[in-house]
Design a protein. Structure first.
Length: 356
């Protein structure tokens, strides 16, 4: 009887750039490629977008430099291709302060922040990703490889359609996909798992026709045009969490650095159902009119806009996530119904909500 032996040669990451079989090149370790939160389409100014992150971890024993990235629809159609500086602007290396264009050393992870415009009439079911990279061969010449992975199903669940969180306006919808310290790129790991609660967060700042956000001395908190504005429930909901009692500085320049626990300031979280929560942050002290378990109706006043927690000026921070706690959820897409439209405002769009 013939006996067969199989040698265990170690764990090979999901990113093999070729297979050891006739017709293929030699097997090579490279990246573990993953999408931790599947995307779902969200409408922004009449177009649909998939907004998500691609995680690339170097499991090889060599330094790897990212050269190009393609987002592929099935079977292999490129939706987006990025390289050079355009790609570098989308990348952040976890825990690193060096530039994003340097090679990833063994064990390092890069997060690629992707915003992909898609045809609203086309049903996308699965995305894949083609990564082209250069291998630093040390004493040998550098050579280029590619690997395809990071398969992810596109969610078909529609984003929540919410009512306005504020009245009147104009309100600036302040967010930007490229800000290194904007909500879009800030992970929190507070309970053993890295999450991105502000993936779709918007800061609402009241401005006048000249673009000013305050009258007179802008350093005085109560001179802010939005300070004290009514904050509204965006849906019929149950109150999941409430925190009041965090003090407010009289001047913007006097606002101290807060602990991670108090960074959100005074806040309210509403349970919207189906594991989704609306989170309102930086609310004025003493203005929260609710207790945990209370029921609210869409359009009901629930608090006042304030300046508590880590904030650079009075504004309302709003996001939807799968947790009622400000730092413990994955940010989920949402759209607003206002003025006869349903969509998510574009970055820095000026919005005047229907006062009705």
């Amino acid at each position: 009887m013939r006996t067969f032996f199989i040698r265990c040669c170690g764990i090979i990451a999901a990113g093999l750039s070729a297979l050891s079989a006739p017709g293929y090149g030699a097997a090579r370790e490279s990246f573990d490629i993953s999408v931790t939160v599947p995307p779902s389409p969200v409408a922004i100014e009449g177009r649909e977008w998939l907004i998500y992150e691609l995680h690339l971890t170097n499991f090889s024993r060599e330094s790897l430099r990212l050269m190009a990235l393609e987002v592929l629809a099935e079977p292999a159609e490129p939706l987006v291709r990025m390289e050079g500086e355009a790609l570098a602007q989308k990348i952040a290396v976890v825990g690193a302060t060096r530039t994003d264009t340097q090679p990833l050393r063994p064990g390092e992870r890069a997060v690629v922040y992707l915003e992909v415009a898609v045809d609203a009439k086309r049903l996308l079911r699965v995305l894949r990703h083609r990564v082209r990279y250069a291998v630093d061969g040390g004493a040998t010449a550098t050579y280029v490889e590619e690997v395809v992975g990071g398969n992810v199903d596109v969610r078909t669940k529609s984003p929540l359609a919410l009512g306005p969180p504020l009245r009147g306006g104009p309100w600036a919808a302040v967010y930007a996909w490229h800000w290194p310290r904007g909500h879009r790129r800030v992970f929190y790991t507070v309970d053993g798992r890295a999450r991105l609660p502000g993936r779709f967060a918007i800061d609402w700042v009241r401005r006048d026709e000249q673009g000013r956000s305050a009258r007179g001395d802008a350093d005085i908190v109560k001179n802010s045009l939005g300070y004290g504005a009514d904050v509204l429930a965006v849906a019929d909901a149950r109150v999941a969490e409430v925190r009041d009692g965090i003090a407010e500085s009289e001047r913007v320049s006097a606002n101290p650095k807060h602990s991670l626990d108090e960074a959100a300031g005074n806040y309210i979280s509403l349970d919207l159902g189906d594991g989704r929560f609306a989170v309102y942050e930086h609310l004025a002290p003493g203005s929260l009119r609710l207790a945990r378990g209370d029921r609210v109706r869409r359009g009901q006043v629930i608090a006042s806009l304030g300046f508590t927690g880590d904030s650079t000026e009075p504004h309302l921070h709003f996001h939807v996530a799968d947790s009622p706690l400000p730092l413990s959820g994955e940010g989920l897409p949402f759209e607003f119904e206002f003025n006869g439209k349903r969509e998510r405002p574009a970055p820095d769009a000026m919005i005047t909500f229907d006062p009705r």
